[in-house]
Write a protein that binds this ligand. Sequence first.
Ligand code: FAD
Length: 495
Amino acid sequence: MPSVDDAPSADMPADAPVIVWFRNDLRLSDNPALSHAVASGRPVLCLFVHDPQHAREHALGAAAQWWLDGGLRALHADLARMGAVLHVACGDALALVPRMAAQAGAAEVVWNRRYDPLGRETDTAIKATLKHAGVIAHSFAAGVLYEPWTVRTRAGDAFRVFTAWWRAARASGEPLPPLPAPGHVHAAVSPGAWEGCCVGIDALRLVPVSPDWAGGLREAWQPGEAQARDRLHHFVDGGLGGYADARDRPDLPATSRLSPDLRFGHISPRQAWHAAVAAVRGGAAGGMGEQDLEKFLSELGWRDFAVSLLYAQPELVSCNFRTEFDAMPWRNDARDLCAWQQGRTGYPIVDAGMRQLWRTGWMHNRVRMIVASFLTKHLLCDWRMGEAWFRDTLVDADIASNVINWQWVAGCGVDAAPYFRVFNPVLQARRFDPDGTYVRRWVPELAGVPTSCVHAPWTCDPAIRARVAYPSPIVDLQGGRARALAAWKGLSDAP
Ligand code: FAD
């Protein structure tokens, strides 16, 4: 829990600047750290620190790096319109932030809180170093609806079941209304000494050059606060109507696609929440009812719940919540993993999802569940292998949501789907992509295959099959399911 912050010391010169340290909050509106800095009346220095050294689970994957590049450029331009500059440094924040605060003679360093294990550790250490140096460090809530320590059981423990957590969260009241963007930022003159640590966004080398594999990402997305606002309004003013029923259909544009915007903070969850509520109460979203609204708000709730679980148990980034899964005899077959990654498993819905992910850096939630179940159950691959692939390829890759959802699907997580519930990818596809539109879009080899067999091409007429260059299934569904259940039963039967 953050400590109570001090007031600026009286002997600090009135023109000593405030540093706003941007992290997962690349926006001007509903940014309490920025609003605080502007309201202080002191000149403002805006800073972003890229630390490429983070290891494993905390490392930024390649698709997320591509997004970050665009997000930083958009923030840079937005700040410039306000009269401010985004200073970008590269290196270890623990060393850089206190040093840059000293070089700037800063009165305060302010930021919006993050909750992942490494982020918390870093921020706590930086706060202590700054305070020791007489610089005020002030942090704010901006990235979640409910901070992890605010929703607790009566005994003061963290919740382990979403429905109970959600009920308690809702009972604690509505999230605060979002703050407006400041009208103007009184920018401080850049300290000369910062020239040594600041670099241009180009120098971070976040986008792929040789080869440039990001064409699909560029076609699908434009990162930035203005674009996030457009996506939000497009969704609540139209798409949200019918959300509760249609959100499981990957063939329909039924969900918000706000996950990368929320991940990088181009919008805040409070903005999403209040925009959706206002659309229902103001009647802007045609045909949208309370049921659609409640479902959408609860999905935002799942995002917070994942944050709160990782906050309570940081070891979940790599350890099974249910420790009996430590003995799971994963097969981890390299050829199976490769076929899954490349979308060549012979199961159209799995391959469509994996190819959508590779091309656009995003995959529909229902399909994420199907491909994750297929990997961990039919192929018996450790969920951490899938989590690592998603981390590298998703533009919305987020440590809490990714780890908690993977553990949930694999059956080893908190409030998880039981392991014996194995998704059948063919039945799932027939139910959620009834006309095969989604599969045909991402697996064009199947474009000419009739709907009756598009989700199970091996059942097609041999003459049609002969014309289609599509792999045969890499695993038999019944056999893979039986193998997974036997492995799991071995765990349950173990003394
Ligand atoms: P919408 O349906 O419009 O939902 C609105 C917002 O609610 C989303 O943008 C997201 O922020 C949040 N949300 C929705 N579902 C979930 C969920 N199950 N868990 C947490 N938050 C949720 N989401 C990520 O943001 N980053 C990840 O790295 C990530 N990894 C996942 C891995 C697996 C195996 C699975 C099954 C799900 C994962 N999700 C992850 C959750 C979910 O799939 C995406 O958030 C969702 O598909 C984003 O699409 P949307 O913005 O259109 O969602």
